[in-house]
Design a protein around this ligand. Structure first.
Ligand code: ADP
Ligand code: DP6
Ligand code: CO
Length: 337
């Protein structure tokens, strides 16, 4: 990678997993600080991790980013490293090497796993030791959804209140209490290509132009309260119904944007139909779709194999991953969250 390996300074490696929102985040009230309009709630998965290594290169004049073995522009990652350098009071540039197991930009939360791993690896490399809440606030600045991948299991991102420093301080993720629940999340990968419109641009357009935006924001606040309740009671049917309803509501608000944002594909619809048919057969299975065509199905762990078989029959999927709730971000040699 480097001509002179002896030039490398301190480094650190972190691993983070994608998270799938059951109550989605779709819209910012402040773009610079990545403050959301509403709170959201997700499950961190135990599959498809991202591993990121940050190595400081004293004397280098720019950051170098290698994603899945390919050099890419430092862009968004460089801007994020600037935040970490400002916090650490240091100036060295860095080499960032990251590997996503999840497809990048396909609506399976690569930005969440990517920026949670980067936040943890970069802070460790620059000698910062942040608590979970502070790390979550920092990861949020890379990608909103990343603040939730800092923690494992079921996680709520609080919208926080106000703008500026008060908004920044109050907008973080934390674990939420869950009753007896043994869920599986069946990830059906139908498309691995990157979406035509990145989440960031699509949500900006939705906030600015969708006539349904206010209704969406109100729906999320209600869904969040109902979801907290359903989780505490371990009520998989209620958790699933709120999840599917919230996801479809998000796609509705996007479809109403001008011009429309459409991520649902023929494959998404075929899988949504197959999930509805499973329910008609008495299997509590519920679908969610992020900003991309790929569908994730929430069900009981005991039903996961049947659900996976039904999804395979519904569409020529590229791969299926049966996930459970997974861990928060870990730094190599450090403790998990
Ligand atoms: P997704 O649905 O995969 O989260 P987004 O549009 O939210 O898609 O984000 C995709 C962008 O996230 C990529 O173009 C890249 O800028 C960034 N990203 C993805 N993976 C990583 C990673 N491992 N490290 C740093 N940035 C990443
Ligand atoms: C549909 O967190 O990827 O997955 O904050 O602009 O980086 P930025 O967007 P991002 O948006 C995620 C949107 C979603 C819903 C969710 O994860 O809550
Ligand atoms: Co994303």
């Amino acid at each position: 990678m480097m001509n002179d390996p002896s030039a490398a300074g301190p480094g650190a490696t972190a691993v983070a997993h994608p998270n799938i929102a059951l109550v989605k985040y779709w819209g910012k009230r402040d773009e610079t600080l990545a403050l959301p309009v509403t709170g959201s709630l997700s499950v961190t998965l135990d599959v498809l991790p991202t591993t990121t290594r940050v190595t400081l290169i004293p004397g280098a004049t720019r950051d170098v980013v290698v994603l899945n073995g390919e050099p890419v522009g430092a862009g968004r990652v460089g801007g994020f490293l600037d935040l970490v350098r400002a916090l650490a009071g240091r100036g060295e540039r860095a080499l960032v090497e990251s590997d996503n197991q999840v497809p990048t930009g396909a609506g399976l939360a690569s930005s969440a796993a990517g920026f949670a791993a980067l936040a943890a690896a970069a802070t460790a490399a620059y000698g910062l030791d942040l608590g979970g809440r502070e790390l979550s606030r920092l990861a949020r600045r890379g990608s909103g959804s990343a603040c939730r991948s800092v923690f494992g299991g079921f996680v709520q991102w609080h919208a926080g209140s106000g703008g500026g420093h008060a908004g920044d301080l109050s907008s973080y993720a934390e674990s939420v209490p869950v009753g007896a629940l043994d869920p599986a999340l069946v990830v059906a990968v139908t498309d691995t290509g990157a979406k035509a419109v990145p989440s960031r641009d699509a949500m900006r357009r939705t906030v600015a132009t969708s006539p349904l935006y206010e209704a969406w924001a109100r729906t999320c606040e209600k869904d969040l309260a109902r979801m907290r309740d359903a989780l505490v009671h371990g009520d998989i049917t209620a958790v699933g119904a709120i999840t599917e309803g919230n996801a479809l509501c998000m796609h509705a608000v996007m479809l109403a944007a001008r011009p429309a944002v459409r991520y649902l594909s023929g494959a998404s619809l075929a899988i949504l139909d197959a999930v509805a048919a499973l329910r008609a057969d008495g299997v509590p299975a519920y679908a969610t779709v992020d900003a991309g065509p790929n569908v994730v199905v929430l069900c009981s762990r005991g039903d996961a194999a049947r659900v996976a078989a039904v999804l395979r029959a519904a569409w020529p999927v590229r791969s299926i991953h049966v996930a459970g709730p997974g861990p928060g971000v870990t730094v190599e040699g450090g403790a998990g969250r």
